[in-house]
Design a protein around this ligand. Sequence first.
Ligand code: UDP
Length: 337
Amino acid sequence: MRLLVTGGAGYIGSHAALALLEAGHTVVVVDSLERGCRASIATLGSLGGGRFHFEEMDVRETAKLTSVLRDHAIDAVLHFAALAYVGESVTEPLRYYDCNVGGGISLLRAMVDAKISRIIFSSSCATYGAPTAAQLPLREDAPQVPVNPYGDTKLVMEGLLRSACASGTPLAAAALRYFNVAGADAQCRIGEQHQPETHLIPITLEVALGRRSALTIFGDDYPTQDGTCIRDYVHVSDLVDAHLAALAALEIGQCKAWNVGLGCGHSVRDVVESCRRVSARRIDVQFAPRRAGDPAVLYADPSAIKRDLGWHAKFSSLDAITASAWKWMNRGSVPTA
Ligand code: UDP
């Protein structure tokens, strides 16, 4: 197939592009490089040869995007391009709606104009907001009431896709609701390198490496067993597998939504302990007030994606995921498999 990957210079998008190339597909990455990583594009280019193409552009450039879709005779789209920092979305909501919703509308317009009917959309567990204990683990039919603008933008996009699929436009969509993604390519060809880095696992491992003096834990007064937030961590390669499975299952007129998580909740302190185990390094922590927009507990019920798509996680423990992230952080200094 010939696939358009928006945001393919980003962390998850680049891992998806790599997997698609390895599966024999042709991949066209569109990325503004506002947050994306140019080095990942270079790596994908060297691995993909003639089957990889890169367009440096914003998905809000609708006419140009339509031309890219037509010129490359694209069969389906994987839409990763978005801003994705919960805390930043609270202080810059306009920017988030502009990029995430404006970008999504532009992409759908371009797809309709170019007669492309299949899309996999990167949604988020942030669409569930702050669930009650009775709603955990989260099934796909749990109430979606986001508590931050980032989650709002993902929910708007889910609604747009649902309406578009129901409108008679030939469109097939799947929204994958990501839980907390971590880890890297097994061969360390690409990995997680956000600028700036805000995510828990890479920051904790940067402390282990001595690049930071301590991890700041945002809030130890949550209503959880150890007072810190609980999340469901999933390896990026398992998440990418979910995209490939969803792509194969798309049906015109249908808009599906699947959770992609392991179904296990781990606290921030659990993550620190896991990082200490896999790195065998000292990791100092300090405490700060809660971060705006953070719900206390989020973890998935992944039974729908297992049942419908036969998906299962190969990285089935937190230590396996943090060990993968640690290996990436030490790339160059340890042999890669
Ligand atoms: N977190 C933290 N310190 C940090 C980064 C994150 O305590 O330096 C916490 C954050 O408050 C949340 C959890 O770790 O409860 C996961 O945050 P992350 O930013 O990795 O992902 P998110 O859940 O926001 O998508």
